[in-house]
Design a protein around this ligand. Structure first.
Ligand code: HEM
Length: 503
């Protein structure tokens, strides 16, 4: 049993590190998934593999193969893989739903992320941004060096609370607020290492066992978020339609019985966002509803609010932190950006969704290059439903395919001098010359990031507001080069220490 699972990669002709009994290549990932991904690519090439416990993973950083998996053969690679032990609302979220139910729920959610809806959310995000600026002003006045990542954490928590959970908080001033405290506990929650090793080594016994074992912490967290959403639903049901706050939660509640007729062919928002610089907000655009096979249950509504915590919060915080670090350490780029910000501010008194999309091309390039160097979601997966041959390779049913976005973004064949921050890689001309599927910070295909517009909106709006008042500066406490952590999303290991100076 200890070694019987470990001949499959070799049979497929896929190179991999030597597995150890029971645990496979678990120890290969000791230093974190980011470093190990780059190491796997360096040692074994753009198509290689590993065993996590008894599970077989094929790691791909080859653009043509990635396209085959994410787009051309989507119907065979529809689902992401999961351990089977996810926290209940996480398992109910669109991130982990599978097959038909995923398609239905994604159809419900897609219109909630349209430019029209995001335009409605912009004031809520700006409100949280005002709180952030007030905190930063204190640091600018004192001239103290500080960890800006902590400020971004509070800011994104406030955004999640108001946009997804219908609750107003100021996490900076009120860290003891139950919402803030439960979010913190949710992120601290992890499976203890020895238990994880057991689960990976004996999945058929341990996964069902771990599901039924009592877990007070998990149940308490689950209960808190469930109760919070149930209370908001009850309150909104009592309010007249025009009194209800127009947030994401309300959009999901409005759509809980019926889906829009948006089908898989319309799901690829990432392609839409990156293929057009034109922004259209058309409030009259309405999708006639279509009945769902089953209305969304309260658990499922809670699950969709959770995508903001699991897919939005950490990734947006880390993107802002990385952008700050890169601007502070590249003052020429920052100066160029400041000039663009000043011009933009002269033209637009209050930024709206569309003006932000069209009026800040250099900011777009800076963010794109930040996500190229440090893609927070640097690995994501698809599971093979059936045996299939892809570009001459046999992929057996059940295999997990991992897109190695970190290795792809640091491949010198596609990105010369990949360690250098150079936003000019994202001029229109440079982008047209690049091979497709070499840049995937938001994934690709029908299952790509649903929140791409919202994520970019948050990052842009925040940097615009900050840079119109301050500039970032390195200080002796700034760690150069930045140490990274990659237990889940890629992030700075020890925060990002900078100074900010009033302009
Ligand atoms: C800079 C910010 C963000 C980045 C870099 C990012 C990146 C990603 C990536 C790489 C994936 C996997 C794509 C794939 O499997 O092909 C993903 C999925 C997803 N993201 Fe984002 N994301 C960001 C912000 C957000 C935000 C703000 C939200 C929503 C609140 C969000 C919601 C989702 C959802 C729901 C999925 C799963 C979609 C599905 O399974 O159908 N993301 N994101």
């Amino acid at each position: 049993y200890s070694m019987s699972a470990f001949s499959r990669l070799e049979k497929l002709g896929i190179r991999h590190p030597k597995p150890s009994p029971f645990i496979g290549n678990l120890t290969f990932f000791r230093q974190g998934f980011w470093e190990s991904q780059l190491e796997l690519r360096r040692l074994y090439g753009p198509l290689c593999g590993y065993y996590l416990g008894r599970r077989i993973f094929i790691v791909i950083s080859e653009p043509k193969m990635i396209k085959q998996v994410l787009v051309e053969n989507f119907s065979n690679f529809t689902n992401r893989t999961a351990l089977g032990l996810e926290f209940k609302p996480v398992a109910n979220s669109v991130l982990f739903l599978r097959d038909k139910r995923w398609e239905e729920v994604r159809g419900v959610l897609t219109p909630a992320f349209s430019p029209e809806k995001l335009n409605e959310l912009t004031p809520l995000i700006s409100q949280a941004c005002d709180l952030l600026l007030a905190h930063l002003k204190g640091y600018a006045e004192s001239g103290e060096a500080f960890d800006i990542q902590r400020c971004y954490c509070c800011y994104t928590t406030d955004v999640v609370a108001s946009v997804a959970f219908g609750t107003q908080v100021d996490s900076w001033r009120a860290p003891e607020d139950p919402f803030v405290e439960h979010c913190r506990r949710f992120f601290q929650f992890s499976i203890p290492k020895p238990l994880l090793v057991l689960i990976l080594s004996f999945p058929s016994i341990m996964v069902p066992l771990a599901r039924i074992l009592p877990n007070k912490n998990r149940d308490e967290l689950n209960g808190f978020f469930n109760k919070l959403i149930r209370n908001v639903i009850a309150l909104r049901d009592q309010q007249a339609a025009e009194e209800r706050q127009r947030d994401f939660l309300q959009m999901v509640l409005d759509a809980r019985n019926s889906s829009s007729p948006v089908g898989v062919e319309d799901f690829d928002i990432v392609r839409e966002v990156f293929s057009s610089t034109k922004c259209q907000v058309d409030p009259s655009r309405q999708h006639p509803p279509r009945a769902l096979s089953q209305p969304l249950s309260v658990d499922e509504v809670v699950g969709q609010a959770f995508i903001f915590l699991i897919a939005g919060y950490e990734i947006v915080t880390n993107t802002l932190s990385f952008a700050t670090y890169l601007l502070a350490t590249n003052p020429d780029c920052q100066e160029k950006l400041l000039r663009e910000v000043d011009l933009f501010q002269e033209k637009h008194a209050a930024p709206e969704y569309c003006s932000l999309q069209e009026g800040l091309p250099y900011l777009d390039m800076v963010i794109a290059e930040t996500l190229r160097m440090y893609p927070p979601a640097f690995r994501f997966t698809r599971e093979a439903a059936q045996d299939l041959e892809v570009l001459g390779r046999r992929i057996p049913a059940g295999t997990v395919l991992e897109m190695a976005v970190g290795a792809l973004h640091h491949d010198p064949e596609h990105w010369p001098s990949p360690e250098i921050f150079n936003p000019e890689r994202f001029t229109d001309e440079a982008q047209q010359q690049r091979q497709p599927f070499t840049y995937l910070p938001f994934g690709a295909g029908p299952r790509s990031c649903l929140g791409v517009r919202l994520g970019l909106l948050e990052v842009k709006l925040t940097l615009l507001h900050i840079l119109s008042k301050f500039r970032f500066q390195v200080c002796p406490k700034t760690q150069v080069p930045l140490q990274l952590e990659s237990k889940s999303a890629l992030g700075p290991k020890n925060g990002v220490y900078v100074k900010i100076v009033p302009r």
